[in-house]
Design a protein around this ligand. Structure first.
Ligand code: MRU
Length: 330
């Protein structure tokens, strides 16, 4: 994978003759370990259990699943169906699977998809960094960094590009209950890159905004509908409502492959429900009485009217998104 050897974050996902090698994100931040998937089943388990996660990384993982099936001489259509079913919200998973399926050489195609993801994220980052002023205090949610992609990151890539261009951004990291992608992964990445960051509990966002300590919110997306409604990690919608109330810009950064023109509005985006254990257990300890009813929807949908701009790899879209996203896709 073409990655500067000086990159402090290792490649999220790599292909090596019939094997997919992943950073096992379940071990972070204490343990930087790797896991290998040699079959579609093993890869699907890695996706379902969040060893690999984040929409663009799932796109690459989906394509690599097809490459694995093709390498092993297995039925590609059955593999595609199995992979796409693992996580329903992130449209990039389906996008990656379809791209590999459409190629005469799925292995060559996955290498290109991974390299292209890093190139596109760097472009998106450079475009988005223009929106940040000197010393911006940026609130982010979940993990949208290198670990969520083949490399570099989307929303975190924007912050990283601003840092690299000498704008000295500072990041408020929302811990992101229940799986804690913010505290486990984003705080880890920012520390490795050397960007100042402060961790907050998710529910502290309102008072920080009220105190005038947030200049903008910058988040990623798992799927963007044709009208600009944005599905992202649960809690994103609350931040958008808060940002509007406090007159703070709310930016979404995502590659165009995250836009699903087949979904006219956010209402048709499927929202993944995850196991209750994620909410009631932590580090082997029970946090709620046995038998407590749990609703663990992993994503929410932010209406387009709350989104200040959508930063893509091909340009920045403004309202009305139905028109601007289409124009960028052309
Ligand atoms: O459940 P996850 O960790 O896969 O959720 C990830 C997110 O919600 C990210 O914000 C989104 O995928 C964009 S990643 C660049």
């Amino acid at each position: 994978m073409p990655r500067a050897s000086s990159d402090p974050i290792p490649p999220t996902i790599e292909w090596g003759d019939g094997l997919v090698r992943l950073v096992d994100q379940r071990g972070l931040p204490e343990d930087l370990r790797f896991i290998e998937a040699a079959t579609v089943e093993e890869l699907c388990r890695c996706i379902a259990e969040l060893a690999v996660r984040g929409a663009p990384a799932l796109g690459v993982a989906g394509a690599m699943g097809i490459a694995l099936a093709s390498w092993r001489g297995e039925d590609l259509a059955a593999a595609a169906e199995r992979i796409v079913a693992t996580r329903p919200t992130a449209v990039n998973l389906k996008w990656g699977v379809e791209r590999a399926l459409a190629s005469a050489d799925p292995v060559a195609e996955v290498l290109e998809i991974a390299a292209e993801d890093v190139r596109r994220n760097r472009r998106l980052g450079a475009l988005g960094a223009e929106l940040l002023g000197e010393g911006s205090r940026v609130l982010t949610h979940c993990n949208t960094g290198s670990l969520a992609c083949a490399g570099y990151g989307t929303a975190l890539g924007v912050i990283r590009a601003a840092h690299e261009s000498g704008k000295h951004p500072m990041v408020w990291v929302g811990e992101t209950r229940p799986v804690l992608q913010g505290s486990r992964l984003t705080a880890w990445e920012l520390d490795r890159i050397g960007i100042p960051a402060t961790l907050i509990v998710d529910s502290a966002a309102a008072s920080l905004m009220a105190a005038g300590e947030v200049d903008c919110v910058m988040v990623g997306a798992d799927r963007i509908a044709a009208n600009g409604d944005v599905a992202n990690k649960v809690g994103t919608y609350s931040l958008a409502v808060l940002a509007r109330h406090h007159r703070i810009p709310f930016y979404v950064a995502a590659p165009l492959s995250t836009v699903d023109f087949g979904c006219t509005t956010g209402r048709s985006i499927p929202v993944e429900r995850r196991p209750p254990e994620e909410v009631v257990m932590t580090g082997g300890r029970r946090l709620a009485p046995t038998g407590t009813a749990v609703d663990n929807r992993a994503f929410d949908v932010t209406p387009a009217r709350l989104v200040t701009a959508i930063i893509t790899d091909d340009g920045i879209a403004a309202r009305p998104y139905r028109r601007s996203l289409r124009a960028l896709a052309r």
